[in-house]
Design a protein around this ligand. Structure first.
Ligand code: NAP
Length: 495
């Protein structure tokens, strides 16, 4: 990106190029920088509060971390990677991938690291940004690439501060803490906890998983790619492209299934999970403890090749009595038992309703996003909010999260956003935002459709909003692709 290849396009209104601010240098922020450059926009800065790119893959470093979306799908379509080691590659390899793509495209040189955007105010037709260090910037367009599962959810378990051992959230792993031969507790049974327990069952002297709700576990082998396969991918990029397309088609089928609770895909998944439980867990008492009482895929489906194996190892214990409180020496369960521990890991998930917050965002007429979103976040097609012109979100509220590769989602969204920027670039308008009417109509239709999805079949999960309505894209993925292909400008106000 360093050198300037072409004359930047002029903004018809001012005779200067449009300026962009991208917030976040995770998967979606890196994508934004690359795609802005590709579209001929040269005047932009990426703001990143941490010191490195990578977002969730920078922050999550827990033992056993991997991505349960196949690596050849969880890749940028324009940077397919012949070197993936496994079908589901480990987290550190994914972080290295994002770092290498960012480096190759010069994204790091465009990024202001270690400076968090504290405030964005739309004033005089532009966004006025201020960072925590006091740096100021003006931009015509803000791209919020701030992630979804980013703010740790800390449980309100009494006594957490009393614990005398090491205690941390799974996304804040303390690598100074020894694990081998120690007594370790893990609170939670989500994708994170399952990966941690699978990784530590052979290392800990004692490993207690504190389960509040049992999870369905989808079996999935994770074979490595051989040297020959990788050589073939290197030699024949079309093989790699074909693999990416096939996986995308497979996930499209799954995504079209989750939005119809009665679909055959959901029945097949439940049958596979049930067979996994019946065939893998020998002890009938443990099997019953692990048996969920709700439908498979109602919560985010946990995919694991080895969890049932790990939880049956001698050091492992599944505790279902419920946590009464944490004490200096360990966790006291409701049956009065004290589990003495050296390390306690809170794999208790994230607050998925934050998005760009806590950044203070002030739109047209001094309206605060925090007020507009006081009940719950809404956005037109998960990308933009009425009254907040030229502000676009990637993986924003109520999008297709949890049932597809978020990379493909972000790529589709960014291509859509670029089309919304077109009228700004050509001078047709200086502000673009969705109309309140279009947003409310979309939201009403979305809420109605959400009631028929698998997520609404009676379980507690991070997909549900404060009313118990799934805060996710409830339509088919095909519809998402169709919506993202071309904006309906009649849903927008151009000013
Ligand atoms: P999660 O799915 O939200 O699970 C949180 C766990 O903590 C649940 O078991 C929950 O119990 C438990 N919990 C929360 N508060 C508790 C409390 N006060 N007392 C006892 N238990 C409590 O979080 P996660 O496992 O970190 O996963 C979040 C999402 O990240 C996943 O759904 C997935 O989308 C993503 N993820 C993906 C991968 C991947 O491989 N792609 C890996 C990790 C995470 P209840 O079930 O009873 O609420």
């Amino acid at each position: 990106m360093g050198e300037r290849r072409a004359a930047p396009p002029a903004d018809a209104a001012n005779g200067r190029p449009l300026r962009f601010a991208v917030i976040g240098a995770g998967m979606a922020g890196i994508l934004s920088a690359i795609k802005l450059e590709e579209a001929g926009f040269r005047d932009f800065t990426v703001y990143e509060k941490a010191e490195r790119v990578g977002g969730t893959w920078r922050e999550n470093t827990y033992p056993g971390l991997s991505c349960d979306v196949p690596s050849h799908l969880y890749s940028y379509s324009f940077e397919l990677n012949p070197e993936w080691s496994h079908r589901f590659s480990p987290g550190r390899e994914i972080q290295a991938y994002f770092e290498s793509v960012a480096r190759k495209h010069g994204v790091e040189g465009r990024t202001r690291f270690g400076d968090e955007v504290a405030r964005c105010e739309f004033s005089g037709g532009r966004w006025r940004l201020e960072t925590k260090s006091g740096h100021r910037d003006d931009a015509d367009v803000v791209i919020a690439a701030t992630g979804v599962l980013h703010h740790p959810n800390l449980p309100d378990i009494p006594g957490l501060d009393d614990f005398e051992g090491a205690l941390f959230h799974s996304a804040r792993w303390d690598h100074a803490v020894a694990l081998d031969g120690r007594r370790i507790g893990v609170v939670g049974t989500g994708s994170t906890a399952v990966q941690i327990v699978s990784a530590l069952a052979d290392r800990a002297a004692k490993l207690v998983m504190f389960q509040r709700t049992a999870q369905w576990i989808m079996p999935q082998e994770n074979p490595p790619f051989s040297d020959e396969e990788k050589a073939e991918f290197r030699r024949r990029p079309e093989t790699l492209r074909g693999l990416h397309q096939n996986l995308s088609a497979l996930f499209t089928t799954f995504s079209n299934g989750v939005v119809d609770a009665g679909s055959d895909q959901m029945k097949m998944i439940e049958a596979a999970c049930l067979a996994n439980l019946e065939n893998s867990v020998r002890d009938p008492v443990l099997r019953e403890k692990l048996r969920p009482s709700y439908r498979a895929a109602c919560k985010r489906l946990v995919i694991s090749p080895d969890f049932y194996h790990a939880i049956q190892k001698p050091a492992a214990e599944l505790e279902t009595a419920g946590i009464e409180r944490v004490e200096a020496r360990g966790v006291r369960t409701r049956d009065g038992r004290l589990h003495e521990l050296d390390v306690l890991v809170l794999a208790t998930g994230f607050r998925p309703d934050r998005f760009i917050r806590p950044t203070e965002v002030i739109g047209r007429g001094g309206v605060r996003l925090a007020d507009v979103w006081a009940k719950r976040p809404i956005a037109y097609l998960s990308i933009s909010v009425p009254g907040f012109p030229n502000l676009f979100m990637l993986n924003g509220p109520n999008g297709p999260v949890g049932n597809f590769s978020l990379i493909e989602v972000a790529e589709l969204q960014f291509a859509y956003i670029l089309q919304l920027v077109d009228p700004l670039r050509s001078g047709r308008c200086r502000e673009i935002s969705p109309s309140l009417e279009a947003t409310q109509r979309f939201e009403a239709e979305r809420v109605e459709a959400a009631k028929h999805t698998i997520w609404a079949t009676g379980c507690r999960s991070w997909y549900l909003d404060d009313r118990g309505v799934p805060s996710s894209w409830p339509f088919s993925f095909d519809r998402f692709r169709a919506e993202m292909a071309k904006p309906k400008l009649e849903a927008y106000e151009l000013g």
